[in-house]
Design a protein around this ligand. Structure first.
Ligand code: SF4
Length: 604
């Protein structure tokens, strides 16, 4: 069978037995779930037993591309890594930009499914339809940049590498996988899953291509989409070209939802020092993922001060917010260095910023003392202590060992009321938008299928940054559902978040690419189907309404500053919105999809 956009082959690797084999993609599932998130979720749901320990050999890691990956379709350079999360115990999907995903297809595979645990450190070498497991004892202990460099020296300069750093090796609960030096599959501890398998890296190289049934037609469609939709809609996408994500600092600060000092306020007095103009002043180049006309990445070089010489791609908005204002840090050089350390050690910056801010607040409140911190004066804004934290966490040294478990577990172990200061949902730390300044984000975080996430439904763009009233739940369940469904299918094709593509354009792209006749309506249904499938996965793991929560700080403390002053999430209003969300989704009051809904979506 030959379908445009697909290679048609999946690589299966069992690290326990050393078996490496190739099998045809499941075409029935590909037609229903397309690729990326949807297809990988289907493999995970069908093949992983409920209750599997995420760090056991039985857990699966699925690296998956979409039908558009590696083609001339715009903003299609990302791949996804799917697993069961060691941070939340839920379904987990992490997207990374760069060039690795396209290279995997050129190497002859749509996806790689990994199980088992190697008896010693190994890496996987995938090249032109072949794959082998190789010894990685010389790489174990190296950071991600050293690993990438070593593998390029060993295998060739054009090889694309994704790898874990010491944090993944040491099973830090928010360890990430870094590819192309500065791109991460970041959240939920996906790097710890890789570390638990003794898998240091996956190197890929291929010289193949991606076949489409009518190349002239497909190129014409892509050209018109780039000109008219991606570049033509300047109001929607111009920011990515001129600024990149740091532009959000000004928006968050202006709407008083910029996380500051562990979400104690939404206004940071040094926001300008870490905002978009400050980042522009140290930007030395712009960078794009594979075939992306937006090129939103900023390569920055800190030229002065203690951190002079620091070169990094970023910091992105989430890093500026969580490792900057949320830790009381207004020194862009320090944030850039913290960012670089996290990339190299293999740590998610969102969770890292949260755990450090959490510890800083506990320290200032006397719940943690100098004895607990190993002598560190862990006050907000203290760069000397702050800059040591990534290494302490990655190597689980001193206070870092406790924080490496994430805020939920750390709070449980500390006791003394620490849970009150832990910002998370299902054990995954809060992203950079305080929901007290944009109520819909509380619902988006609570219902996210991988634990707390801002990307499933970035409704803040519609409310605090847009036209919807931000301090009410009216109309929010409807909008959150729309975004969750649309993004589920968008991430199955796979198209980058920053291209605000609608169903008709997705339908044009995927139809021209695959040769299938895919209507906008079919994509809508597929998005809903995928969201229900990941909910089913979580329900099977024991999750329900009791887990779709808002942290205590957000429901008990009012924001003290700025335009959102006096705002907090009222629990009864949130619960009513959650009930409406379940009802609109066709789920019962406990958040369980009904038989009727599952039948309607072809999941029964
Ligand atoms: S918009 Fe940015 S993150 Fe998205 S594909 Fe393009 S360069 Fe990568």
């Amino acid at each position: 069978m030959r379908v445009g956009g697909f290679i048609g082959r999946i690589l299966r690797v069992n690290l326990t037995t050393g078996d490496v084999k190739t099998e045809p993609i499941n075409w029935e599932w590909a037609r229903k779930f397309f690729g990326g998130k949807g297809l990988a979720a289907k493999y995970l749901y069908e093949e992983l037993s409920a209750g599997t320990d995420p760090l056991s050999p039985e857990n699966m890691m699925i690296f998956m591309t979409g039908p558009l990956t590696g083609t001339v379709s715009p903003c299609s350079g990302k791949h996804v890594v799917v697993s069961k999360s060691p941070a939340s115990g839920t379904f987990l999907d992490c997207y990374a930009g760069g060039y690795w995903g396209a290279e995997l297809k050129y190497a002859g595979f749509d996806g790689v499914i990994i199980r088992g645990r190697a008896s010693k450190p190994v890496y996987l070498w995938i090249h032109d339809g072949e794959a082998e497991i190789r010894d990685a004892s010389h790489l174990w202990g190296k950071d991600t940049h050293e690993t990438e460099k070593a593998l390029k020296e060993e295998l060739g300069k054009d090889v694309k590498v994704c790898s874990i750093g010491p944090a993944g090796e040491n099973l830090v609960k928010f360890a990430c996988i870094t590819n192309d030096l500065f791109r991460q599959a970041a959240r939920g501890g996906i790097g710890a899953v890789m570390g638990s398998k003794n898998l240091k890296a996956i190197a890929v190289e291929g010289h193949g291509g991606v076949w489409v049934p009518d190349i002239e037609k497909f190129v014409d469609v892509c050209k018109s989409v780039i000109d008219e939709d991606v570049l033509g809609r300047e109001d929607d996408h111009g920011w990515a070209i001129t600024d990149g994500t740091p532009i959000i600092v000004g928006l968050s600060q202006g709407t008083a939802l910029f996380p500051t000092r562990n979400f104690q306020t939404g206004v940071f007095e040094e926001a300008e020092k870490i905002g978009s103009d400050a980042v522009k002043a140290v930007t030395v180049a712009r960078k794009a993922c594979f075939n992306c006309p937006l090129a939103c990445g900023n390569i920055t070089l800190i030229k002065e001060g203690r951190f002079a010489g620091t070169l990094v791609e970023g910091p992105e908005y989430e890093t500026l917010a969580l490792t900057g204002s949320n830790c009381g840090i207004g020194d862009l050089g320090a944030i850039a260095r913290f960012n670089l350390l996290c990339d190299r050690l293999g740590i998610d910056t969102i969770s890292a910023g949260n755990v450090v801010a959490f510890a800083m607040e506990l320290y200032e409140r006397g719940i943690l003392t100098k004895e607990d911190t190993g002598g560190l004066d862990l006050r907000f804004g203290n760069v000397d202590a702050y800059i040591q934290m990534p290494e302490l966490i990655a190597y689980k040294r001193g206070i870092g060992g406790l924080l490496a478990e994430g805020v939920r577990t750390a709070a449980e172990r500390i006791g003394k009321g620490a849970e009150k200061y832990a910002l998370h949902v299902k054990g995954v730390e809060y992203p950079g938008y305080d929901p007290r300044g944009s109520y819909g984000m509380a619902l988006a975080y609570a219902t996210a299928d991988r634990g707390c996430c801002h990307l499933r439904a970035w409704i803040v763009a519609d409310e605090a940054f847009g036209d919807m009233p931000p301090y009410t739940f009216d109309g929010k369940p409807e909008r959150v559902i729309f975004l969750e469904n649309r993004n589920s299918v968008k991430w199955s094709l796979i198209i980058c978040d920053f291209y605000l593509v609608d169903y008709p354009v997705m339908s044009k792209l995927v139809s021209a690419c695959t040769g299938w006749d895919v209507s906008p309506e079919e994509l809508k249904i597929a998005g809903e189907r995928i969201w229900n499938l990941t909910r089913l996965f979580n329900v099977r793991e024991g999750f329900s309404r009791k887990d779709d929560t808002v942290p205590p700080r957000i429901t008990t403390e009012e924001l003290p500053d700025g335009v959102a002053k006096g705002q907090k999430i009222k629990l009864e209003e949130f619960e009513a919105a959650l009930s409406r969300y379940y009802q609109l989704r066709g789920w019962d009051e406990n958040g369980i999809p009904t038989e009727e809904k599952l039948k309607e979506l072809g999941l029964k």
